[in-house]
Write a protein that binds this ligand. Structure first.
Ligand SMILES: NC(=O)c1ccc[n+]([C@@H]2O[C@H](COP(=O)([O-])OP(=O)(O)OC[C@H]3O[C@@H](n4cnc5c(N)ncnc54)[C@H](OP(=O)(O)O)[C@@H]3O)[C@@H](O)[C@H]2O)c1
Length: 344
């Protein structure tokens, strides 16, 4: 029987993607939708300016949106997917966990907390066991798991494929799509015919989240990976798909051919939303490209290309769909992992 789930922040850009992915999902059934007080009481069709590339699913169009409050969520709902602004998430998400709900969240609040698992299922599924520590420390009946920032998710799986060579220094420069800032995030006057070499707070997220994701969990404590990471983040006028240029210095010698093989062979998982292959490695020197390659693996694959040796170690490019693999799809995949591991 499908697990009854809710979406917090259901009317937003990521919330709409969540609904698009959850509606046909055989493990989950959308039972409740929340948003701000301004949307509460309206039907979903009235409250959401639907902008996803498929019609509003019939199952949600006439559902009444509620306030984002644990008392407004029916008791038979077992899991919540959260796509709230991080300041709101920080205020309200813990209350849902206290009330017994398991929350799979996109919002950046709490991602770096010691007892909150930050998870990409194909990379660090074992970190999910931090939930035992979390429940002990916080006394929650529910639980909170986070997925990383969209630009972190794009390059970390490629690094995970290379860990046996000993990661020492990573430089990453991003070319990020406008949808990553939400529908109203970047004005057209700012981005058309332009590139903006600054995205507030983003560089720090790539640098810190990547070390947490590739850290070691010993069953009680998580030790972050000791590699050095330097990130430079740029907004460019693509709609979806973050492209990143990466240089990796490793302890052991690493050729471009060995790196390509390690990425191609890096395993996916037997979860519905995990693509196979996880990492698609292009031979063509001009790929991956956002418009052509962001929907690989239904938007859940990582694309890599341009692998070559350089004076700064291995050099390559990678790409992922920022609102699917980088946001809504990442939360849904974490939901599948929670389900498989008996947390729901
Ligand atoms: N866009 C991306 O690619 C991306 C990628 C990764 C992570 N994220 C993260 O995902 C989250 C959502 O991003 P988004 O782009 O979807 O934002 P968004 O389009 O602005 O949507 C925000 C959602 O939160 C609701 N909300 C706003 N204020 C609220 C309040 N005071 N109480 C309850 N609900 C409230 C909104 O409801 P109303 O419609 O009623 O205002 C809406 O449903 C953010 O934390 C963001 O950092 C986004």
């Amino acid at each position: 029987m499908a697990v009854r789930v809710g979406v917090l922040g259901a009317t937003g850009a990521v919330g709409q993607r969540l609904i698009q992915l959850l509606d046909p999902h055989s493990d989950f059934e959308i039972a409740t939708l929340t948003a701000s007080e301004a949307s509460a009481g309206k039907t979903y069709r009235q409250a959401a300016k639907w902008r996803v590339d498929s019609p509003i699913p019939d199952a949600v169009a006439d559902m009444t949106v509620t306030a984002t409050d644990p008392d407004a969520v029916p008791n038979d709902v077992d899991m919540l997917f959260s796509s709230l602004p991080s300041s709101i998430g920080a205020d309200v998400e813990p209350g849902f966990c206290e009330a017994g709900y398991v929350v799979s969240s996109n919002s950046s609040n709490g991602r770096m907390d010691d007892d909150i698992p930050l998870v990409i299922p194909e990379v660090n599924p074992d970190h999910l066991d931090l939930l035992e520590v979390q429940r002990d420390e916080r006394g929650w009946d529910g639980a909170m798991v986070k997925n990383p920032n969209c630009s972190t998710i794009t390059f970390v799986p490629t690094l995970a494929a290379l860990t046996e060579y000993g990661l020492e220094k990573v430089h990453v420069s991003t070319l990020q799509a406008v949808s990553g800032a939400g529908y109203d995030g970047v004005s057209s006057m700012e981005i058309i015919d332009n590139a903006v070499p600054y995205i507030g707070g983003e560089e720090d997220k790539l640098e810190t989240e990547s070390r947490k994701l590739l850290g070691e969990f010993d069953g009680a404590e998580l030790t972050h990976n000791g590699m050095d990471v330097a990130a430079s983040c740029n907004r460019i006028p693509t709609i979806d798909g973050h492209l990143e240029n990466v240089w990796v210095e490793t302890e052991e010698d690493l050729t471009a051919d060995a790196a390509a093989e390690a990425m191609r062979e890096y395993p996916s998982l037997d979860l519905r939303s995990s693509p196979d292959p996880l990492i698609h490695v292009f031979e063509e020197p001009d790929r991956p490209q956002p418009r052509m390659d962001r929907t690989l693996g239904d938007g859940m694959a990582i694309a890599a290309g341009g692998l070559q040796e350089s004076p700064f170690g291995l050099q390559y490019n990678c790409l992922a769909h920022n609102t699917i693999r980088g946001a809504a799809g990442a939360s849904v995949l974490n939901g599948e992992l929670l389900l498989e591991n008996g947390y729901i």
